[in-house]
Design a protein around this ligand. Structure first.
Ligand code: LMR
Length: 412
């Protein structure tokens, strides 16, 4: 009966993580999926979340249904965190926000709305982008294209080419942008560049879609959300998906949000209602527990301060690991620049390692990176960093040797 169903080749991130979990090697290192590990190599329960969990346990609240849009306290706190407590758009009640099943759920929910109400629009994502962006948007029936983004030669953004491509798009085209800690490259536009993108979107009537999964991992929370606030303040209508998986270390609780900034309160109410209807069509309502943890933390001033400190600890540890890996690789492979490790921001570094080199790291040392060469810096710690540096150094030296011209006796 099911013979006609094709074999699933697996997901480039989630299936690799399963391979890692099955690997019996004791010294294996996971730099593949975006998981933050602490110095002891554990995915932490944040101190702020621990307090919230014990408060909830003491309250023994019933495990009832949330409404289709999720918890009101969660959505309100989420809005303030992303748009700022003093946001004019929030005051004007023109942002429709729903709690979603993680950041992926937010993107898929938005994609369904976009396909239904902007059926002729295509979406443009950066080249490269998070693998699942393409999957989520095309599953909803949207055509997915790319705009130029990463330049391996300069380790920067091909900004002029990006702007040239976006300038040629039809009005109503959707442009996926990442406000901070770009996945997979770790390279973000400068504020000046963001302003140019904002102006372009306004002039050409493009629909910005900002996907933020790492707020607080690049800089302070408000700084990382700055591009969203700048676009909102410029009067654009836009989509924002966000995930709390990383900055609350609540991966499996699937806590995210979709916010749609609208021109006025009336349109926001319509968008909100149709988003509710979409949720009902797909999964009825989001899960309860993670949203209770997050709203307990964010709606208590002292706990919210504790959480900000928790995020700062994660951010600073990642930065320290980036610098430590650079120091080691500078010594091991002189003549090669590893500056990218400290200029890229957030969890990920784009190492430029080829799929074969990534394969060699896995086979020889059980060090797991994505096939694209993306490495999660938050998987490094003082105990595994020498092994990682040695193994990367080894493949890079092999690459350099391969490209050395062969010396003949007659050259001597
Ligand atoms: C990642 O990029 O590794 C994370 O966002 C996890 C995921 O779902 O892919």
């Amino acid at each position: 009966m099911f013979e006609h169903i094709p074999v699933y080749p697996g997901d480039p991130i989630l299936s690799l993580f399963q391979d890692f979990q099955r690997d019996p090697e004791a010294r294996k290192v996971n730099l593949s999926i975006g998981l933050y590990y602490d110095e002891a190599g554990k995915v932490p329960v944040l101190p702020s979340v621990r307090v919230a969990a014990s408060r909830l346990a003491a309250q023994e609240t019933a495990h009832t249904y949330l409404p289709m849009e999720g918890s009101a306290g969660y959505c309100q706190a989420l809005q303030q965190l992303i748009f700022g407590a003093d946001s004019a758009a929030l005051r004007e009640r023109r942002i429709a926000t729903l709690q979603t099943v993680g950041g992926s759920g937010a993107i898929r929910l938005a994609a369904e709305l976009l396909k239904r109400y902007f059926p002729d629009s295509a979406i443009w994502v950066s080249d490269p982008s998070w693998d699942n962006h393409r999957v989520l948007f095309s599953a909803a029936g949207l055509e997915v294209h790319t705009y130029p983004y990463y330049d391996p030669l300069t380790n920067g953004i091909r900004f002029d080419e990006m702007i040239a491509t976006l300038s040629g798009l039809a009005a109503g085209s959707i442009v996926l942008l990442q406000p901070c800690c770009h996945n997979p490259t770790g390279i973000d536009p400068s504020r000046e560049q963001w302003l140019a993108i904002t102006e372009l979107c306004a002039k050409r009537g493009l629909i910005p879609f900002l996907d933020m999964a790492y707020q607080g991992f690049g800089d302070e929370l408000a700084d990382d959300a700055w591009p969203i606030r700048a676009m909102t303040d410029a009067g654009l209508s836009l989509f924002v998906s966000n995930s709390f998986s990383k900055n609350f270390s609540l991966y499996g609780e699937r806590c995210g949000g979709l916010s749609v900034v609208c021109p006025n309160q009336n349109e926001a109410a319509r968008v909100f209602g149709q988003a509710q209807a979409n949720v009902r069509r797909m999964y009825s309502s989001p899960p309860l527990y993670g949203s209770q943890l997050i709203s307990t933390v964010l709606n208590d001033a002292a706990l919210a301060r504790q959480w900000q400190a928790d995020v700062a600890v994660m951010r600073e540890r990642i930065k320290r690991m980036r610098a430590a890996l650079k120091t080691r690789l500078d010594a091991l492979v002189p003549g090669t620049s590893f500056d990218y490790l400290v200029t890229q921001r957030g969890m990920f570094s784009y190492t430029g390692l080829s799929p074969n080199e990534v394969g060699a790291l896995r086979e020889r040392r059980s060090v797991y990176l994505l096939r694209s060469g993306r490495a999660c810096m938050a998987g490094l710690n003082d105990a595994n960093i020498d092994c990682v540096a040695d193994s990367i150094g080894e493949v890079l030296k092999a690459r350099i040797n391969r490209y050395q011209p062969v010396r003949r006796f007659s050259d001597a």
